[in-house]
Design a protein. Structure first.
Lengths: 464, 288
């Protein structure tokens, strides 16, 4: 039994072992290849089953419950996005239902998990149409999956409010596509403005290798150049990796004054921890995108480096959202009424009040519901054009700030202009209504603080 | 140059975590004939056991011990409740792979449903930082490397000098012959599941300590690295798995110095493919 060389566990008592073992050892090699392919296939699988199809050209049966579908990542590295939008959906629909619903219909929310992958998103959306007979609106559609699902949803004549910042939607017309967030490149400029305001001139970039994160990189590089700043290093983070020590060390050795980043899942938290660890316990200031304004992001980052350390070194751009005023009160009440009821949400629930998706999709759901009332139809092909009329308003329109208030005005025969907590909307010919930016920080408890605004002039100044 | 040296240090830390997991995986495969792709899922289960202990105010090192015990039990349970019934019905190796893949999804998504999709971290310090030349290592990373060395030494002693280790080797070589020689192969296999499950729990917890932040699906890519290390060294070869882990660990971290970091795993797998092209049985595998 003794051996003078390394002993394989598969080697044992006698010579007769080799022949019978050869075949079983080769089979699993093929099995691994098969398993890998199968894993990819299984990972690409979406969720549940089907019944009668849905499209935007038909109205729901009388009294039927209408569905708002949250098409977004609920698993994978961007898994925090889906629950954020779902919290909004629960809040908005509960307020609408409390006011009697829409044309005798109650509203409900459904999650459709795209896993943040275009290849997973299309089958998930097709399945959604097949299994959701009274689908009335789609929300979500982030940059992870928008390019693949927007044409599909549009072809089914279903209205959608999307959270994608991809610039292709600035100039391609999809009649059923609506967007209340700016293109990602403007968000890149906003990050550069933050760096300017903090008097940094040497910045490292660390963005995830997903579509949604990489879309920021080239605009940021060009904008930093325009602003006269130096990119010390540009690291792309594999979001499925579990350590970024070499990347962190490369960042530290490039001596940046700040790190611009968007790498969701556990990537940013791990990077921050490793930078702190390798930098003698000191963090490097962080300038993040609006995606970092979410309870899960704060929770994981704060856990990785300590809440106080993270809060003291963090800034992010965010779309201007109201934190007071006539629209904020109903929004806050509606959203907080759903605390503890929304699957998948975690952390400080009040952070959802500032989450960019939360606020703007709340407005999107209200705009769509009011358009249904105005057009007296739940069919997107009928009500969708009225979204713009209600968002942009017409001369002499009554400005209203909540679904209940606006619905009452409509009932009394007035024309309305809805202004929600995301501020006034102004849709262009491509159904884009982009707001302006603010600068957010966190307190150690996870509370979001607004510390300043970014003007359009400041954005233009760093635009390449 | 100093970043290169630093990356070697980082690579050794990655290799340490990978070695514990790879040796456990290859031992399990060698003795039980099950290519258990749920190994990564059990690893992260162990990481969360340690997390729950840590969340309750106890040391993560105590959590590590409980994770080792929990994963040993979970692996034995997995084998007795799932794999053995399939094997008794004559399931083919590829069927067992598919079953284990199914178990991966069940465990991971079950865990995700329980803990959510959010990244979590242990509450622990990293200890002092040690620098020598370009190498930079924290106290915790040095402890992880020490744990890996101890685990490898333990496996070596087990296989070479203990009755159980010899019985495991005999069972791996020819189960029928081992049984005919009086070895209770059923018990040996159960003991192997417990032992490799313990290594799995150990690997999962040090993986999570090393990663800093982890979630229910964090070991997805790591499982592929484990497979790479195992097949690079030669399937069923514990010493090969150790060697494979060092090569993969170093290749991933060192390559990130010279190429864009998001390609570092590509380099590791190119090395694996080249190796398998030259020597299909792996570095320490038997030539047939």
């Amino acid at each position: 039994m003794k051996s003078t060389r390394p002993v394989p566990v598969a080697q044992a008592a006698g010579d007769h072992r080799h022949a019978p073992r050869t075949t079983p050892r080769i089979l699993p090699l093929g099995a691994v290849a098969g398993a890998a392919a199968l894993a990819l296939t299984l990972a690409a699988c979406g969720s549940s089953s089907s019944s009668s199809p849905s499209s935007g050209s038909s109205s729901a049966a009388s009294g039927a419950t209408l569905t708002v579908a949250d098409v977004a990542p609920f698993s994978g590295v961007d898994a925090a996005l889906g629950p954020t939008y779902l919290a909004t959906c629960y809040g908005a629909t509960s307020a609408i239902n409390a006011d009697g619903g829409v044309l005798g219909h109650k509203l409900t929310c459904k999650s459709v998990d795209t896993r943040g992958e275009p290849a997973d998103a299309v089958p998930a959306v097709n399945e959604m149409f097949a299994s959701t007979p009274n689908l009335a609106l789609v929300i979500g559609c982030t940059s992870d999956e928008a390019a693949s699902v927007v044409p599909v949803i549009n072809a089914r004549k279903m209205a959608m409010f999307c959270m994608t910042g991809q610039s292709e939607f600035d100039s391609v017309h999809f009649p059923y596509f609506y967007r209340l967030v700016p293109p990602d490149l403007e968000e890149s400029y906003a990050m550069v403005v933050i760096a300017q305001q903090l008097h940094y001139n040497k910045v490292a970039l660390a963005f995830g290798n997903d579509i949604g994160s990489q879309t920021f990189v080239q605009p940021a590089v060009a904008s930093l150049k325009k602003a006269g700043m130096i990119v010390t290093t540009n690291q792309t983070l594999d979001l499925k990796a579990t350590t970024f020590r070499t990347e962190a060390e490369a960042i530290i050795r490039s001596h940046p004054q700040a790190v611009m980043t968007e790498a969701l899942g556990t990537a940013d938290a791990t990077l921050f921890a490793e930078i702190k660890q390798l930098n003698g316990g000191k963090s490097i200031p962080i300038i993040a995108t609006s995606a970092a304004i979410s309870p899960p992001f704060f929770k994981s980052a704060a856990a990785a480096v300590g809440a106080s350390t993270f809060a003291s070194s963090f800034h992010a751009d965010n779309l201007v959202v109201e934190s007071a005023g006539p629209a904020y009160g109903p929004f806050k009440a509606a959203l907080l009424s759903q605390q503890g009821k929304v699957p998948g949400t975690s952390g400080n629930f009040t952070t959802y009040l500032s989450a960019p998706g939360g606020v703007h999709l709340y407005d999107g759901i209200n705009l769509a519901a009011l358009a249904m009332l105005m057009s007296k139809s739940t069919s997107p092909s009928v009500y969708a054009p009225d979204i713009i009329k209600i968002g942009n308003g017409v001369p002499g329109a009554t400005v209203c700030y909540s679904f209940a208030q606006c619905a009452a005005a409509l009932k009394s025969g007035k024309s309305i202009r809805y202004e929600g907590p995301g501020g006034p909307t102004n849709f262009d010919g491509f159904h884009d209504s982009t707001g302006i930016f603010q600068i957010d920080t966190y307190s150690p408890s996870g509370q979001v603080n607004v510390i300043g605004n970014i003007t359009a002039a400041q954005l233009r100044a760093v635009q390449p | 140059m100093s970043l290169f040296l630093a990356s070697i240090g980082f690579g050794l830390v990655t290799a340490s975590v990978l070695a514990i997991a790879s040796v456990g995986f290859t031992l399990q495969f060698g003795v039980t004939d099950v290519l258990n792709l749920a190994f990564g899922a059990i690893m992260i289960l162990g990481a969360f056991v340690a997390y729950w202990v840590n969340e309750n105010g106890l040391s993560v090192w105590l959590g590590l011990l409980l994770a080792v015990a929990a994963c040993a039990a979970a692996s034995v349970l997995l084998n007795s409740v799932v794999y053995t019934p399939f094997q008794r019905r004559g399931a083919s190796p590829i069927t067992m792979v598919i079953v284990s893949l199914g178990m991966t999804l069940i465990i991971e998504f079950g865990l995700a449903a329980l803990v959510g999709g959010v990244g979590v971290s242990y509450t622990m310090g990293n200890g002092p930082t040690f620098q020598a030349g370009g190498l930079i290592l924290t106290g915790v990373q040095i402890v992880i490397m020490a744990i890996a060395v101890a685990a490898m030494a333990g496996v070596h002693v087990l296989l070479r000098y203990t009755k159980l280790g010899k019985a495991m080797r005999a069972t791996a070589a020819n189960r029928n012959l081992a049984r005919n020689c009086g070895i209770r192969t059923g018990r040996v296999i159960t003991a192997t599941w417990a032992l490799t499950g313990a290594l799995c729990g150990l690997a999962g917890t040090v993986f999570a300590i090393d990663a800093g932040s982890f979630s229910a699906t964090s070991t997805d890519l790591f499982l592929v690295l484990i497979l790479a290390a195992v097949f690079l060294g030669g399937p069923g070869q514990p010493y090969g798995a150790m060697l494979g882990a060092v090569i993969i660990g170093l290749a991933t971290e060192v390559s990130a110095v010279f190429i864009p970091a998001d390609y570092k795993y590509v380099i590791a797998f190119v090395a694996l493919l080249v190796m398998l092209g030259v020597r299909p049985t792996g570095l320490l595998g038997e030539r047939t």
